[in-house]
Design a protein around this ligand. Structure first.
Ligand SMILES: [Zn+2]
Length: 349
């Protein structure tokens, strides 16, 4: 936790707290995030009352196995046993906030029951295999009709989840009110807000405080300002990676072929647009393979390659033992690479 104090033991054997050390460190890593109560924010954006909201956190290991077996977030979220603590109808739940790896993955608006049956006969083939593997009992269940609801916090990090880690949270429980979520701090420099000079944008990009909000494509001024900001991010990214593709052994350095590639896609998360730890310099070939999940990075920033690749051309681009070249500053953030791995079902070993 960023707010945690660093405890230092002195020779006098007295414990002292050095808050400012952590605060300074936090400033470097996350200069532009604010925490707000997740329940309040969801309630505000959906216009639902808190008692109609459920915060549903899937266990990371559980979800990882399910994703690896081909299950979708919908499989895991929208089929629930009757009369359980996950029974949306029983509690009159209208919005479910699905959380994996401490990030809001999706917010679903529950539009009633689509089908009744058992967990096994309602399940997709992949989810059925998962239930079998985990030896779940057969129980009466419902599959809910639902639509993803656009909330500003999709992709944002949540904090405050203590034990019991798997329980779904409702407004009747204390923990429901303690879950916080990081939201973009508007004190960051938003490229579309003003006609910033290149120098100002450069400074903001280097301080990791240059961001990009959502703009309408019809708003030409805002779109043009964002383009200028994006070119600054691109220039900085190329500089951090020495003007070459980050895959070691790939010698593509032609500027026209190099991309500032977002790990967590531009459309997927507003908060991390322009965050240099979310941007890698890749050539067009490796960028396309990265975006399509042919490779990712593990927590040690080693290259993880999909195992079922048959194309000889692709295998040539991702040979055994190919590695990632770290940038000068802002190596890829672990939250981002984890998100990318989970999204594409890649394992880290
Ligand atoms: Zn390359």
């Amino acid at each position: 936790m960023l707010a945690a104090s660093l405890v230092v033991k002195r020779r006098s054997a007295r414990w002292v707290f050095i808050d400012n050390v952590i605060a300074a460190d936090a400033m470097v890593k996350q200069p532009n995030r604010n925490s707000v109560r997740l329940a309040d924010l969801i309630s505000q954006e959906t216009a639902a009352r808190p008692e109609q909201i459920m915060l549903l956190r899937h266990g990371s290991a559980w979800a990882k196995t399910a994703f690896a077996m081909g299950c979708t977030l919908e499989d895991m979220t929208l089929e629930q046993p009757n009369e359980s603590q996950y029974d949306y109808r029983r509690f009159g739940i209208k919005f479910v906030v699905a959380i994996v790896d401490d990030r809001v993955q999706k917010v679903y608006r529950i539009d009633g029951v689509e089908a009744e049956g058992t967990n096994y006969n309602l399940a997709s083939p992949a989810f059925r295999r998962f239930l079998q593997k985990r030896e779940y009992e057969t129980v009466n269940s419902r599959r809910y009709k639902a639509a993803p609801f656009h909330c500003s916090v999709v992709g944002a990090r949540v904090a405050g989840w203590t034990n019991p880690r798997l329980a779904p949270l409702r407004s009747t429980g204390e923990l429901f009110w303690k879950i916080e979520v990081d939201v973009p701090d508007r004190t960051a420099t938003y490229a579309e807000d003003r006609d910033y000079s290149k120098a100002q944008l450069n400074q903001a990009a280097r301080n990791n405080s240059l961001r990009f909000g959502n703009v309408r494509t019809s708003d030409r001024t805002a779109v043009a300002r964002q383009r200028v900001g994006q070119s600054v991010v691109r220039k900085l990214t190329l500089e951090q990676y020495g003007g070459r593709c980050a895959i070691a052994g790939c010698d593509v350095s032609d500027e026209g072929l190099l991309r500032a590639s977002h790990i967590k896609g531009w459309a997927e998360c507003e908060e991390s647009r322009g965050d240099p730890s979310n941007v890698i310099c890749l050539c067009g070939f490796h960028d396309a393979l990265f975006e399509n999940g042919f490779w990712s990075l593990d927590d040690e920033l080693r290259v993880v390659v999909r195992r079922d690749i048959e194309s000889k051309t692709i295998l040539k681009l991702l040979p055994d033992g190919c590695s990632f070249r770290r940038p000068i500053h802002y190596p890829p953030g672990l939250d981002f690479v984890r998100y990318h791995r989970v999204k594409h079902g890649l394992r880290s070993s």
